[in-house]
Design a binder for this molecule. Structure first.
Ligand code: GRG
Length: 279
């Protein structure tokens, strides 16, 4: 990532941190334990990739980063909820995330379930209150579709019930598309919608987001090769073929947005980073 894009990212991330801080309920107010548990995995966070994509997409279509903030915050809250629930003993059963105890280890399982639930509600409330009358309904519908049974939750359900190996390449790609790529695509689409993009451009950006999202997950499979028991393309295709597929998806995605001017550079740089990180 160039110095210019890194500077761009640092400024946008600072903006998201500030809004996240004032969006999450005060841990000094009751129910204190629930509020503290909701904050546990949000601060300090991870890469904040999805909020950055939302703001970059808004700027790519001529909007401002501020316009995309309700979507940027909402997708980070949804991402965090999905991680809190994914770490639970009934799912992946993880004790550590980002080097710290997971929410159920720190606060107990019941509180972790409720903290995830409340983070999800807060995401939709943030979007409903911040997106503006004209665009709120469409962005809420986009997000609900991406994270429900047709998206994140459906992908997770199939991942859990597939058994070892997760079937063939097509079924692993279908799980990647829903479990990972749907939230990445809606970050892009939601940010661009709030930035003022028209429907034709939103269609291309949705496809762009899905291709980048699947390539991001293939890269994640490569980084986790041999460690993760979840669905992965690496045992089916081998590392070299996976890397080639991720690069091909990235190239297709970038070609879709070739019509956009230099204001789309941060979006392009984030897509490259998402797919090539750790390479
Ligand atoms: C439990 C509803 C429910 C969904 C779980 C997110 C998820 C679905 C499972 C987590 C494990 C997994 C393989 C998720 C795919 C997406 C992914 C690679 C998440 C990690 O995203 P990063 O790298 O994380 O952006 P940071 O820590 O940077 O925020």
């Amino acid at each position: 990532m160039s110095d210019e894009v890194q500077g761009w990212l640092a400024e946008r991330t600072a903006l998201v941190e500030t809004v996240l801080e004032r969006t999450l309920p005060d841990p000094a107010r009751p129910p204190q334990t629930l509020h503290a548990a909701m904050r546990h995995l949000v601060f300090p966070g991870g890469k904040r990739l999805r909020p950055a994509l939302a703001m970059a997409a808004s700027e790519a279509v001529g909007g401002t980063p501020e316009a995309a903030l309700p979507m940027a915050v909402a997708v980070e809250l949804i991402h965090t909820y999905s991680l809190v629930h994914d770490d639970l003993p009934c799912m992946d059963d993880d004790d550590l995330r980002r080097g710290r105890p997971t929410v159920h280890i720190e606060y107990g399982e019941e509180v972790a379930v409720l903290a995830g639930d409340a983070l999800q509600s807060l995401a939709f409330e943030t979007l409903a209150m911040g997106a503006g009358k004209e665009r709120a309904a469409a962005t809420i519908a986009d997000l609900a579709r991406a994270v429900g049974a047709a998206g994140l939750v459906g992908g997770q359900a199939d991942d859990l019930t597939q058994g070892p190996g997760c079937g063939d390449v097509e079924s692993v790609l279908s799980i990647h598309a829903r479990k990972s790529a749907a939230l990445i695509a809606v970050s892009v689409v939601g940010g661009a919608r709030l930035g003022g993009a028209d429907e034709d451009l939103l269609f291309e950006l949705d496809e762009f987001g899905r291709e980048v999202g699947v390539a991001f997950q293939i890269t994640d499979d490569l980084l986790d090769a041999g460690e993760d028991e979840g669905c992965s393309l690496v045992p089916l295709l081998g590392e070299a073929d996976c890397r080639e597929r991720a690069e091909a998806l990235l190239a297709t995605a970038l070609a879709r947005i070739a019509v956009l001017d230099e204001r789309a550079e941060p979006l392009r740089a984030l897509a490259r980073f998402a797919v090539r990180r750790g390479v």
